[in-house]
Write a protein that binds this ligand. Structure first.
Ligand code: SF4
Length: 270
């Protein structure tokens, strides 16, 4: 039984191209085209050939361009059926395996970091941002049908329920983890050498739950963290209960020098 026609076609299109002897031998043609394009001083030795397709061959040349270590010139030539002459298709500079190349493109939206915003900049959240959840639920539409939404929703606005979107559980958890792991969490040297944690500090303003079960806001103008969200187990030396002990505050005891002579000639009599 013969193979289906489509299978035969697939096999023939997947075969490795045969190196065309005429195109592979056209090193001088390829080099001349390359020199014409980039100048003699930029072209190094011939590195080899690679079959691209039927009667299509790429010649590789080393590059002498400074700063392009690991790159090579690539000159592709082709020959028409039953022709002896080749023509040059393209001349390009390509990176090899050892080439230094730019890292993969990162979209701008993924590059922005906290602190990058300038006055006048706009950074809208993405559509379906998982950090946000709708504040008006599906059921609200049914309520709207029963009551006048223009009278209900302004009241909701007044009591703080009128936002279109609120922080989702995912957004809340991500914020809590970020804050806890950051400079206002428990793992900083400032916190670890604090006399007591923020939880017991009179300068900490408590937040409402659920974030308020772990975080507050520092309101001590003298503290590094003034105005920042701090975890309960953060802390600093400006804690409201911090005291300087008598031992460390006491002046050193005077010592009478009995070995050398003190110069007391100009001293006032006591
Ligand atoms: S003053 Fe220090 S201990 Fe008190 S809330 Fe601020 S950071 Fe925490």
């Amino acid at each position: 039984m013969s193979a289906p026609r489509s299978a035969t076609t697939r096999v023939s299109s997947a075969r490795a191209p045969k190196l065309d002897a005429v195109a592979a031998g056209a090193v001088d043609v390829a080099r001349a085209a390359l020199v014409d394009e980039v100048g003699e001083s930029s072209v190094g030795e011939h590195l080899g050939v690679r079959a691209e397709g039927d009667r299509v061959v790429t010649h590789l040349f080393a590059t002498a361009l400074p700063g392009y270590r690991g790159w090579h010139w690539s000159v592709t030539v082709a020959r028409a059926l039953r022709q002896k002459r080749v023509t040059v298709d393209e001349v390009v500079l390509l990176p090899g395996e050892d080439a230094i190349i730019a890292p993969p493109w990162t979209p701008y939206k993924d590059r922005v970091r906290s602190g990058d915003m300038n006055p006048g900049d706009l950074l809208p959240p993405e559509e379906n941002d998982p950090r946000l959840a709708p504040a008006w639920f599906v059921g609200d539409d049914a309520v709207d049908a029963e009551v006048d939404p223009t009278s209900v929703r302004p009241i909701a606005d007044e009591v703080g329920l009128g936002r279109v979107e609120v922080l989702s559980l995912e957004g809340r958890d991500a914020a809590a983890q970020r804050w806890y792991d950051g400079a206002h969490g428990p793992d900083t040297s400032l916190a670890q050498q604090a006399p007591a944690p923020c939880r017991t500090c009179g300068f900490m303003v408590w937040l409402s739950p659920p974030l308020g079960t772990l975080f507050g806001v520092c309101a001590n103008a003298m503290a590094n963290d003034d105005g920042k969200v701090v975890s309960f187990d953060h802390g600093c030396g400006a804690h409201s209960e911090a005291r300087v002990s008598r031992a460390s505050a006491a002046l050193p005891t005077p010592v009478h020098d009995t070995v050398t002579v003190d110069d007391v000639a100009d001293a006032e009599p006591v």
